[in-house]
Design a protein around this ligand. Structure first.
Ligand code: PMP
Length: 338
């Protein structure tokens, strides 16, 4: 494979249709879909900012521009490629095993198919049909575990499969250092380059915490005063000392503090309710034409609150937008819309 040399979205646009002002941020041929990860655009919300009379520069980093549609494509590729480099796994031989009910499974699935690995995913049987079918489409072996056992049941079953399967390896997104590292190397670098260092605040939902921690590690030493805020669900505000609980903001709020989350690197954690997250996500689609997922809505809600603080007037606020609305067709994001 040739080395990736993506055209940065901040590079001068290549005019492909002068009349329409369309521009291609890509402009090269890729050897594999795995090379198309990253290089996601930063996009303003001009109409929402005007409606709310916000005097800060609010920019959404649209991670659903990744090939399989979420921020997790970065770690799906990074965890596998790093394990290869370290000689832990071999294409065509090693079986990958991961417990995940979310975007990480879909991201590992395309990387596994593209690079020639078998993948076994364990997930609670309540996981949405869209996700299950996407995994099966990419030839993933799916093991459903009883809903009443939650994610703990899926983790226990994955560990059992790992013990029973020769040449198997678990990426372990909640523990793998390649997770925050890829965000420091790529997500943070893209934000820095595309804003020409003007970024003052980054807001990111906390699942594994890899996105927020990696960005904080890379950017805070470069700019004194730059702040990184995490976001967790009010309904499971464990980082505020509350009990873990069920909530509807998929992808964030795992109910514990993972090894991949460096809480000391963050400036604060904002708690957002599912209702607030959904209202913000719906508004983003309606007002600026960007249909975002529920955790993106949570981050946007927190960012608009921060933007209204007098001390943040004139600042540049980047909101990490992990996924696209369509991955949540069967959830409360679409209630009453059919
Ligand atoms: N939102 C969604 C939809 C996600 O899939 C994830 C990843 N679990 C996150 C937010 C949080 O990202 P991270 O794991 O890097 O904290």
């Amino acid at each position: 494979m040739s080395s990736p040399s993506r055209t940065s979205p901040s590079a001068p646009p290549v005019a492909v249709d002068g009349a329409w002002g369309l521009a291609s941020p890509r402009g090269r041929v890729y050897d594999s879909i795995v090379q198309t990860v990253g290089g996601t655009p930063l996009v303003a919300l001009p109409r929402l900012v005007a409606e709310d009379d916000i005097h800060a520069c609010l920019l959404m980093k649209l991670e659903f521009f990744n090939p399989l549609g979420s921020v997790k494509d970065r770690i799906g590729a990074a965890m596998v490629l790093r394990a290869e480099r370290e000689g832990r796994i071999v294409r065509g031989r090693t079986v990958l095993v991961e417990p995940t009910s979310g975007n990480t499974g879909i991201s590992l699935a395309f990387v596994a198919a593209a690079l020639g690995y078998r993948l076994i995913v364990t997930m609670p049987e309540g996981a949405s049909m869209e996700r299950r079918k996407m995994l099966r489409l990419m030839d993933v072996q799916l093991e459903l575990t009883p809903s009443r056992l939650g994610m703990a049941g899926a983790i226990a079953r994955a560990e059992e499969i790992l013990r029973q399967t020769p040449d198997s390896w678990m990426p372990s997104q909640f523990e793998n250092a390649a997770n925050p590292e890829i965000h420091a190397l790529t997500t943070a670098e893209e934000i820095w380059t595309d804003t020409a260092g003007a970024v003052d605040i980054v807001v990111a939902g906390l699942g594994t915490g890899g996105t927020a921690s990696g960005i904080a590690h890379a950017l805070k030493p470069r700019k004194p005063g730059l702040a990184v805020y995490g976001v967790e669900p009010v309904e499971s505000a464990v980082l505020h000392g509350e009990e873990a609980g069920p909530h509807g903001i998929q992808g964030i709020g795992p109910g514990f503090c993972p090894a991949t989350l460096d809480i000391a690197a963050l400036d604060d954690v904002v708690a957002v309710s599912e209702r607030e997250a959904i209202a913000a996500a719906r508004r983003c689609a309606r007002v600026d034409g960007i249909p975002i997922g529920i955790s993106s809505g949570a981050a946007l809600h927190a960012a608009t609150q921060l933007a209204r603080r007098p001390e943040n007037e004139g600042k540049t606020i980047v909101v990490i937008t992990p996924s696209f609305a369509e991955r949540y067709l069967s959830t409360s994001l679409f209630n009453g819309l059919a």
